[in-house]
Design a protein around this ligand. Structure first.
Ligand code: 0A1
Ligand code: ZN
Length: 849
């Protein structure tokens, strides 16, 4: 059935709810197709609100009975909820509803996954469990009783009682309904404990399906490290007797920070050396930290409304990035984050889906869990910290926690603590939250009489709904380097506030080479005329690790763009610089692995489009292939030498040091494979004793057009491990040559293990297809058609995952008229599908523009 008619919700229309909720008692009588939920809710009039309409959200609920102060009532019911006449005085609402968890394929509300009950309530899923003022500014204390014939029955807070077939939980911390959670099933726990800084012993439990116990150790360690880090770095202590984590196979997103009961997509928590790669381990550590950090930035202090989502997400992403930087290498983490921002956020910010970090309207809030809200939101906090300094940042955060604990807040509240601590006026800074689009900063320079002047000009192109842009505050970190490679000016933050602004530096002995936007100090696109010899100079001498990498990246990018639009040979400065860096033993292997990396093909397409050139996906692919061959040629015997030098001989550890070596050796092996036809990769596949090496070897072989036997053996070995088989699906499509990618994906959709209702499996295939740039954009349009077919099929079952996958089409206006026409046909086909969900119809209509 079609969702309710799409209505647009506006930030400017915010009004508090007419009642406060003093307490909530919920009883669940679990049954797969007919779970009964009984609610007993104490309401009283909200003195802050004028409107006393008693409207409770509720969707797909069968109301059995409802009473106010014990008297039966007959509310007015619509598909969105119910309205009843309520007293202008405290009263008790009681209701009983019936829901169908087994029939819930959307994975929102209470649903079932492999026989286990679980919930996902953010953003608006609680209304599919019972009637409630399901909005984040309504906070209350929850008591929950679960009746069910299952061994493990969990909810938020602390356990207060349990017996055969029942359990009771009480969460003393007031919370909004989106943080409610319930899990029930046949689960086993890995247990540990953590003594908090004030000496409270917290029981830690990581719950998984029987058979997955061997994959919990790493997650548990990551949790303890996160708890300690939040005490040490932010003074935040945990506040319940237990902290539960549950792994679930069917989950739309990565994980969820429900109070005291985090629920994780199993791919984001389960790990073992045999089945997970170094990258998986690092990501799991970061996600565990992210969800844990939400306990303060999200749970204790939450959002007033969904427009304020970045208040918790931007801050929590920023905090988890700090954590990873502390646990591993800070420069490597920064480079990874910027690559991710450019891959996911820049296309969003500069295309039809562009929206501010704090959006001002939406139809479906689930469509706004975006790279802009999360990652750009984190960048905004990084800028704020840079502008006010570390000490003021720490003071402002202490004030934020002290002032707003237990509240549902806004971006205004957040900025006010910084204003109060620093005395700064952040009115202009706030434009980072309201203006969409990536600012472009043009740089020119001047040198006269020992004075060097840098001039900047900022512009932001129009974005949907925002034709005019105003100048933003940009912290531009610069350093100056003398002709002999010495640093003449250490990193200094220039604060740009005008549309055009110049900064001068006196008394310099010689004209310097500038190193601009060190550490990527602002999420902008820097436009500066530079020469390859200057870039090569920075690649050799910049003291800022980010900008040193950036110089190499710019060289690679420049040569690739020329190669993709002409017949130029790879640039010699780039290859010479790369060779020198690879030999530099002072650089950590992870950093050298990043140096070997090239910009993604979609990113290159975006850069060409930016320069007014229509990108040809095949020409880009060929340019990358050609440059890879040239890298292999230029590094020659050094490849083998470094490959040998970076073998790990100690027992496997997913730590920064070992993963860095494996990342470098893996990048080298890809190049070696171009020279030895796959001999070493085959040997590695045979010898590999962990998943990182196995996948490295397999992907090298697939890329070389081999690996058929290994692929079959891999499947045989791992066919019972869901997460490993996701990798098997993904890898074949990711490594397929462009002309084969669609047919490989198509064939895999017919594989008996293509369980498309599982979001991880669906994403393994279609995420990989849309990331295979030249394959997806195959000139026949077959890639577009295949994706559209499956989006149309998935939408009635799981609108959220369907809508997210539609983003594969967001850059469609970059391409040539023939491809655009083919994409337009598919967008129209999706848009005109009968009963399309609100999620997908909003996404498609925004993408169509
Ligand atoms: N708050 C979670 C992300 C999340 C959002 C929505 C979900 O379902 C619609 C699930 C999870 C986080 O930031 O980790
Ligand atoms: Zn989050």
């Amino acid at each position: 059935m079609r969702d309710a008619a799409p209505e647009t919700v506006y930030l400017k229309d915010y009004k508090p709810f007419g009642y406060v909720v003093d307490s909530v008692h919920l009883t669940f009588d679990l049954a797969p197709n007919a779970t009964r939920v009984t609610s007993r809710i104490a309401f009283s009039p909200n003195p802050e609100a004028e409107d006393r309409t008693f409207f409770l959200f509720g969707e797909k609920l069968k109301l059995i009975r409802a009473t106010i102060d014990g008297k039966d009532i007959t509310p007015e019911i619509t598909p969105e909820g119910l309205t009843a006449a309520a007293p202008d005085a405290p009263f008790i609402w009681e209701a009983e509803v019936e829901i169908d968890p087994a029939g819930n394929t959307a994975l929102e509300g209470l649903y079932m996954s492999n026989g286990m009950y679980c919930t996902q309530c953010e953003a608006e899923g609680f209304r599919k469990i019972t009637y409630y003022p399901d909005r984040p500014d309504v906070m209350s204390v929850f008591t929950v009783r679960i009746n069910g014939d299952l061994p493990v029955l969990l909810s938020n807070g602390n356990p207060t009682g349990q017996g055969e077939g029942w359990a009771e939980w009480h969460d003393p911390w007031p919370k909004p309904s989106y943080l409610f959670a319930l899990v029930a099933g046949d689960l086993v726990a890995t247990e540990d404990s953590f003594p908090t800084i004030s000496g409270q012993e917290v029981a830690l439990k990581l719950w998984v399906r029987p058979g997955d116990e061997h994959k919990t150790a790493f997650g548990m360690e990551a949790l303890k490290k996160s708890m300690k880090w939040d005490e040490d770095s932010y003074g935040r202590e945990y506040d319940l007797k237990v902290f539960n984590i549950v792994a679930v196979d069917d989950f739309n997103m990565g994980a969820m920070e429900n109070k005291g009961l985090n629920i994780f997509n199993s791919s984001c928590v389960l790990a073992s050396p045999d089945t997970s790669t170094d990258m998986n381990f690092e990501r799991i550590e970061a996600i565990i930290a992210h969800e844990y950090f939400h306990n303060w930035t999200g749970d204790r202090i939450t959002c007033r409304d969904w427009f304020q989502l970045c208040l918790k997400e931007g801050l929590t992403v920023f905090r988890d990035s700090q954590f990873t930087a502390d646990m591993r290498s800070a420069p490597v983490k920064r480079i990874h984050d910027v690559i991710d921002l450019r891959t996911r956020q820049f296309p969003e910010d500069n295309g039809p889906l562009s929206h501010p970090v704090r959006p001002e309207s939406f139809q479906e809030i689930n469509n706004f869990y975006t790279a802009t809200v999360y990652e750009k939101g984190a960048e905004v906090i990084g800028m704020l910290k840079r502008l006010v300094g570390d000490a003021a940042y720490a003071e402002a955060l202490d004030l934020y926690f002290a002032r707003h604990d237990g509240q549902a807040c806004t971006i205004e509240d957040w900025l006010k603590v910084f204003e109060d601590v620093t005395g700064r006026d952040l009115t202009q800074f706030k434009r980072w939250y309201s203006q969409s689009g990536t600012p472009r900063v043009k740089v020119t320079e001047d040198w006269a009489d020992g004075t060097y002047t840098l001039s900047f000009e900022q512009t932001t192109l129009p974005t949907p709904g925002q034709p005019e842009k105003l100048p933003q505050v940009l912290p531009i970190a610069v350093g100056l380097i003398g002709p002999n490679g010495d640093e003449l000016l250490e990193t200094t933050v220039l604060e740009m506030t005008e549309a055009k602004q110049s900064f001068s530096f006196d008394g310099l002995p010689a004209r310097p080479v500038p190193s601009i936007l060190r550490g990527f100090s602002a999420p902008v696109i820097l436009e500066r005329e530079s020469t390859n010899s200057e870039r090569a100079f920075l690649l050799a001498h910049d003291t800022d690790p980010f900008n040193r990498w950036e110089a190499g990246r710019a060289l690679a990018q420049d040569t690739l763009l020329k190669m993709a639009t002409g017949t130029t040979d790879p640039d010699a400065d780039y290859l010479d610089g790369l060779r020198a860096l690879m030999r530099d033993e002072t650089l950590d292997p992870a950093y050298r692995a990043l140096m070997l990396g090239l910009p993604g093909q979609a990113e290159l397409a975006g850069l060409l489009a930016d320069r007014g050139v229509t990108p040809d996906p095949m020409a880009i692919w060929q340019a990358v292939e050609h440059l890879r061959d040239a890298q292999a040629q230029a590094l020659g015997p050094l490849l083998e030498e470094l490959y040998e030098a970076n073998q790990v001989t100690d027992p496997y550890q997913p730590d920064a040091e070992q993963s860095g070596k494996r990342a470098l050796a893996g990048a080298l092996l890809r190049l070696i494979t171009r020279r030895d036809g796959g001999a070493r990769a085959s040997a590695l596949y045979a010898a590999a004793d962990n998943m990182t090496l196995t996948l490295t070897a397999l992907s090298c072989l697939l890329q070389a057009g081999q690996g058929g036997a290994e692929l079959a053996a891999f499947y045989d070995k791992w066919k019972d491990d869901r997460l490993v088989i996701d990798k098997w699906f993904m890898l074949q499509i990711a490594e397929a040559a462009p002309e084969r990618a669609v047919s490989v994906a198509q064939a895999l959709t017919e594989h008996p293990d293509f369980n498309w209702r599982n979001p991880n499996r669906f994403r393994a295939v279609f995420g990989a297809l849309s990331a295979n740039h030249a394959g997806f954009h195959d000139a026949t349009g077959a890639g577009y058609q295949l994706l559209a077919d499956w989006l149309i099929r998935l939408d009635p079952l799981n609108p959220q995952t369907t809508a997210r996958m539609c983003t594969a089409f967001q850059t469609w206006k970059r391409y040539d008229p023939a491809r655009q026409a083919k994409i337009a046909v598919e967008l129209d086909r999706i848009a005109t599908t009968p009963d399309l969900s609100r999620d997908t119809s909003e996404m498609i209509s925004r993408i169509r523009g």
